[in-house]
Design a protein around this ligand. Structure first.
Ligand code: A3P
Length: 393
């Protein structure tokens, strides 16, 4: 009898009491358990070991994918790269599948679909994740079109979208005026994913007239570039009224809202349609927070008649390559507004929908001249403040 058989044999023979048997039983149970757990440890080691040598450190970090790591779906593909490669390794090195193989195969099967979506380097360390895709993530906007309502803000945004280095939100986020309490992460989630060299832009024209917005934007980033599209406040007011009319049907006539006591000499400046056109008042509010050089003014009328020139200035202000040129534009003769080609070679272009460029109601000449008179001093101050003469009559 060897030593390992002799010791338990002697112990068992010398055991006379019930408690002694129980003790022996516990010791043998513990021994069995530790042997089992040691085996499992070996299996697990074997299962994962080659991941250390399969180029794991070549994989990009989760953050490189530009995903939100709080999203579990985005974490799984990265985790799965180990089991996926290890699964292949197991298939090559083992003839008959054991328990560990089956485990790995099941694990792989559940993750294969995830992997097919994930852009990760191959086992050989090839970078299948295009260099360009690295760093793609949602960013807060570096530039905002802050207004003015009915100035041509949609046209400007649609034109800018053609630039390969610009990505923009579709709908107006209204973060700084209506949804500020939701926080910056909510705002960021609305933004499109961009690459580090690309620019995120949003437009919400009501920002221009909302008192709290300038300081809130400044708090987000004091380097935010601001763009304001302005148009003759008289035509802007009529355009605004036309939009309200098209949305709400029967409403009061323009005159009965624009004038107090039906007197064309007494303008109702508290009516929003009129108030928005007091550009100088709203601009004062912005200039108390942002330096003048951080605001670019787009000439609304010129954006219709000479979009190429306005776009050149906008691109310069935003620090973009001047890729959008006058060759991108062509005039839609029936509607009288420019449309844009996505590329210079494309035959078809993109025109704004029917809600832009509506036919305005004809107002009496007296109403128009009264409005012009009302806005004239405000416009003059606005030219001074911006150092631009917009030549509105
Ligand atoms: P109207 O519909 O009164 O003509 P916003 O996008 O800020 O709401 O501005 C709407 C205005 O954009 C339109 O007002 C229209 O005059 C102007 N606009 C400028 N460029 C345009 C374009 N290329 N297509 C259509 N409308 C354009």
């Amino acid at each position: 009898m060897d030593m390992w058989g002799f010791i338990p044999y002697r112990t068992f023979r010398n055991c006379r009491k019930k408690s002694c048997y129980q003790g022996l039983l516990i010791v043998s149970l513990l021994l069995t358990l530790s042997i089992l757990s040691f085996n499992t440890h070996l299996l697990t080691q074997d299962l994962w070991s080659s991941s250390r040598y399969s180029g794991e450190n070549l994989y990009p970090k989760l953050s490189d994918f530009g995903h939100h790591n709080r999203n579990l779906q985005n974490i799984l593909p990265f985790e799965s790269t180990r089991s996926h490669h290890q699964g292949k390794h197991d298939q090559r090195t083992r003839k008959s599948p054991n328990k560990a193989d089956k485990l790995a195969t099941n694990w792989n099967m559940t993750l294969t679909s995830k992997l097919s979506q994930a852009k990760v380097p191959s086992e050989r360390g090839e970078d299948t994740l295009g260099e360009k895709e690295r760093g793609r993530k949602r960013r807060l906007p570096q530039a905002i079109i802050i207004g003015v309502k009915k100035g041509g803000t949609r046209a400007l945004l649609e034109f800018l979208r053609v630039h390969p280095d610009v990505l923009a939100t579709g709908p107006e986020p209204h973060f700084f005026d209506k949804h500020y309490h939701r926080g910056l992460e909510w705002y960021r989630d609305l933004m499109p994913e961009t690459l580090p060299h690309q620019m995120t832009i949003e437009k919400t024209p009501s920002y221009f007239i909302t008192k709290e917005v300038p300081s809130r934007v400044y708090k987000m980033s004091n380097s935010t570039k601001l763009i304001l599209v302005v148009r003759n406040p008289v035509t802007r007011a009529i355009s605004d009224y036309t939009q309200i009319l098209s949305k709400h049907g029967k409403i009061k006539s323009f005159q009965s809202s624009a004038f107090l006591h039906n007197d064309t000499n007494k303008i109702n400046s508290s009516w929003m349609v009129i108030r928005i056109g007091l550009y100088v008042k709203h601009l004062e509010n912005w200039l108390s927070v942002f330096p003048r050089k951080q605001i670019h003014f787009v000439h609304g009328e010129n954006l219709v008649t000479n979009p190429g020139e306005e776009m050149r200035k906008v691109q310069e202000f935003l620090g973009l390559q001047p890729l959008i040129t006058e060759e991108h534009f062509f005039m839609n003769k029936t509607r009288g507004f420019p449309c844009i080609r996505k590329t210079l070679n494309s035959k078809r272009g993109h025109c704004l929908d029917e809600s832009k460029g509506r036919k305005h109601p004809t107002l009496p000449a007296k109403v128009i001249s009264s409005l012009r008179r009302f806005y004239r001093p405000f416009n003059a101050k606005f030219y001074q403040m911006t150092n631009i003469n917009f030549h509105w009559t």
